[in-house]
Design a protein around this ligand. Structure first.
Ligand SMILES: [Zn+2]
Length: 487
């Protein structure tokens, strides 16, 4: 019909044809401008509608327990500096999709705990696994959790007695139940809220890979790469009062090496923020701090330093929340997938037989474990099922949650490659099993490059494909969760 009308114009005088065309262009032009200039206000307002709920529970063991993190400890804990906590935040977008973030003042999250919890959360709350994010602060002043069933050390890495092993198993089982209840509580507390993103900086994390004549050793390296960003997700009541802050920092939580339960700098930072804003919940998410240490951290003043670093991080969060926050709108989209990271070729049986005679007990144990694996399964594993999770908050924020002790190169690279809306890269999420080096660090060697694998049941360093495999999978998941841009 329209086509017919336009073609009929060809027989009219030229001036009339031009006038009609100009009229049509004007009408269409105005029409387009109207579409661009007048966004759908109700849909934007809707996307700003959130519900948020927070909950917190003390997870300090009631009795003395072996402390996780350092192999060299010789006795169990003797008291506490402050309580360890597990905290959960539940967020519900305008479409009813729910995201749960759980943070714990513990060394790590075993994969078995993640698997159990995601199954229960799906069963009890109908929340799919991609919408459950777990992060451990990596404090080295928390209890040893039940080690993975396939631990080469048969639960005895720390040299625990059968009673101590039983104690850590009981603690872990009780912890699982506590976390499930905690999530239920956060969901029950869901109430209208506003979300915004802001950030600041803190400077106490320093690169800890120092080049020496004996290769890369752990020591302060002021010239090495760092990520001093302090990302903050701010949760406000609809009337403007602060309800919660979720904040991050890329640094090992290892100022302390004593025998008391303590959340280290991350525990102090949460404590100081909560003290400054009574009634709010502060949750800490550790970033890609695999090769970053808090400095200074020397004995005997390290408890003072830990509080100092906690104060520095709390200050950064305080600075961030007085900055102009950017509204975070929905919808929430999330994806979680595994990529099979490849290991370099394992040592041969002959090499392992040789290593079994080593004077170093960890080299000896590692060789014995790999020989056991070889005997029992006929081979040594060649891959690791590595979990990667990405959460998109509309187009306003993307959270990348990586498993393991991820080095800082990953957050610097991903933030550069995903530049646009803010990108928050967390490490130590969902499964803390060992270090994840970049290709640079793998090639340089040292502790994070592969040396630390000696303390895990894994065969040795990753293959050079490690960085590409992780980064490619992150991009794939980011593409999945990114919302189509409508304004
Ligand atoms: Zn570590």
């Amino acid at each position: 019909m329209k086509r017919q009308t336009i073609s009929n114009l060809q027989y009219r005088p030229l001036i009339l044809k031009k006038a009609v065309l100009l009229f049509l262009i004007a009408v269409l032009g105005v029409g387009c401008q109207r579409t661009l200039k007048k966004p759908d206000i109700t849909s934007i307002q809707k996307r700003e509608e959130w519900k948020a709920g927070v909950a917190s529970v003390v997870i300090t063991p009631e009795q003395s327990m072996w402390l996780a993190g350092y192999a060299a400890r010789t006795k169990p804990s003797d008291g506490k500096v402050h309580d360890l906590h597990a905290k959960a935040i539940a967020l519900e977008d305008f479409q009813g999709a729910r995201l749960i973030i759980v943070t714990v003042d513990l060394l790590g999250i075993p994969r078995s705990l993640r698997d159990w919890l995601e199954k229960e959360v799906t069963r009890c709350h109908k929340i799919p696994p991609a919408f459950l994010l777990l992060n451990a602060s990596h404090t080295h002043s928390g209890p040893v959790l039940k080690e993975a069933r396939d631990s080469i050390y048969g639960n005895s890495f720390y040299g625990l007695s059968p009673e101590q092993i039983q104690q850590s198993e009981q603690y872990t089982e009780a912890l699982q139940e506590k976390l499930l209840q905690l999530i239920g509580q956060a969901i029950n507390n869901l109430a209208p809220a506003r979300l915004s993103y802001t950030h600041a900086r803190a400077g106490f994390a320093m690169n800890r890979r120092s080049k020496t004549e004996r290769g890369y050793q752990i020591g302060p390296n002021p010239d090495g790469p760092v990520d001093h960003d302090v990302p903050v997700l701010r949760v406000d009541n609809p009337d403007g009062g602060l309800r919660a802050v979720l904040f991050g920092y890329a640094c090992h939580n290892t100022t302390l090496n004593f025998y008391k339960f303590c959340g280290d700098y991350a525990g102090f930072a949460q404590q100081y923020i909560e003290e400054a804003h009574p009634g709010i919940t502060a949750l800490f998410v550790i970033g890609c701090g695999g090769d970053q240490n808090p400095y200074p951290r020397e004995e005997p003043r390290n408890l003072d330093y830990s509080m100092q670093h906690g104060r520095a991080l709390a200050n950064a969060v305080e600075a961030a929340i007085i900055c102009n926050p950017r509204p975070v709108r929905g919808p929430i989209r999330a994806a979680i997938e595994q990529t099979m990271l490849e290991f370099a070729a394992p040592p041969s049986q002959e090499q392992l037989e040789q290593q079994k005679k080593s004077e170093n007990k960890y080299e000896r144990r590692h060789a014995e474990a790999l020989l056991n694996e070889l005997q029992q399964t006929g081979k040594i594993r060649t891959t690791y099922p590595y979990l990667i999770q990405v959460v998109g908050f509309g187009n306003d924020l993307t959270m990348v949650a990586l498993a393991g002790e991820v080095v800082v190169d990953y957050s610097l690279r991903l933030k550069a490659e995903l530049a646009g809306s803010p990108v928050w890269v967390a490490g130590y999420c969902n499964d803390v099993f060992g270090y994840v080096p970049s290709l640079r660090i793998l090639n340089e060697g040292g502790y994070e490059g592969g040396g630390a694998m000696l303390y895990t049941p894994l065969p040795g360093p990753f293959a050079p494909s490690v960085e590409k495999q992780v980064v490619d999978k992150v991009h794939e998941l980011v593409n999945k969760v990114q919302a189509p841009r409508s304004n």
